[in-house]
Design a protein around this ligand. Structure first.
Ligand code: ADP
Ligand code: MG
Length: 250
């Protein structure tokens, strides 16, 4: 579904590359978490995938095809929810449909109402974002990402602004969505516990520039439970990951 082949990228004016000859792949239907400390270049990888940035060397393939131009290939949910405050929930969610064009008002309304019921927010369709809680806003942003129709979803620290209990509920909610839809999800977080709870495989950034990602399978069945993630085997993986991230990023 997603493949990096020897990708090198340097921001103009910087002393060296932030991504250096990086190769990795993510298979169709996987839920993968990308972990690494703040500032190591995780969001940069997402910008290379969605075509906002272009590699200096190497190539990024989505669905077997090289990425061309911005957007298009994937649903991208940036760290901040980026909802437009002057638009209602429904108007925010239908934005990708307006961009795609070619659908009648009625068709767009139908699709929007369907995805809003999926995320449990149909009753809120005519509210404005500032009338919603943080968790609800994230669900609106997620609904909008799903409506891009992409099979690859890139979620950049989507829950980092939520309080702890809300974050736990949103993790469970997201996994339920994923188990139903089986889209390919790449989820950025700097929270190792969150990565282990969500993903079937953790990709951990090793050192700087990013030239290698360690791939760590998470041996726990879905649906995941908080108690299940406290098993000794999972705790050992968590300790190992934390040790590795700390050692590589001193
Ligand atoms: P992360 O998501 O892991 O926190 P980012 O990919 O956002 O990291 O950024 C990694 C580094 O790249 C930052 O330390 C920043 O200095 C640099 N960077 C990000 N965007 C730009 C830019 N537009 N121009 C120059 N440097 C940038
Ligand atoms: Mg980031």
């Amino acid at each position: 579904m997603l493949q990096f082949r020897d990708v090198t990228f340097q921001y103009p004016g910087e002393a060296g590359p932030i991504v250096d000859k990086l190769s990795f792949r993510v298979e169709q239907g996987e839920f993968v978490c990308l972990v690494g400390p703040s500032g190591c270049g995780k969001s940069t990888l997402f910008r290379l995938i969605n075509g906002l940035l272009t590699p200096d060397k190497g190539e990024v393939l989505v669905g077997g095809r090289p990425v061309k131009g911005a957007g298009g290939c994937c649903g991208y949910m940036p760290q901040r929810d980026m909802l437009m405050p002057w638009r209602t929930v429904a108007e925010n969610v239908r934005l990708p449909l307006e961009v795609q064009g070619g659908r009648s008002e009625k068709e767009m309304d139908g699709l929007v109402d369907k995805v809003l019921s999926d995320v449990g927010l149909k009753a809120w369709r005519n509210h404005r974002p500032d009338q919603l809680s943080g968790g609800m806003r994230q669900r609106v942003a997620f609904a909008r990402t799903v409506l891009t129709g992409s099979d690859l979803l890139l979620l950049d620290e989507p829950f980092s602004s939520l309080d702890y209990l809300n974050r736990l509920s949103m993790r469970e909610w997201l996994l339920a969505q994923w188990e139903r839809e089986r889209k390919t999800v790449v989820f950025i977080t700097h929270d190792v516990e969150e990565a282990l709870f969500l993903s079937s495989r953790v990709l951990a950034v090793r050192g700087r520039p990013i030239s290698r990602l360690a791939s760590i399978p998470v041996p726990a069945p879905y649906p995941r439970t908080i108690v299940g993630m406290q098993r000794r085997e999972i705790m050992a993986i968590k300790e190992g990951l934390i040790t590795m991230l700390r050692r590589d990023n001193l």
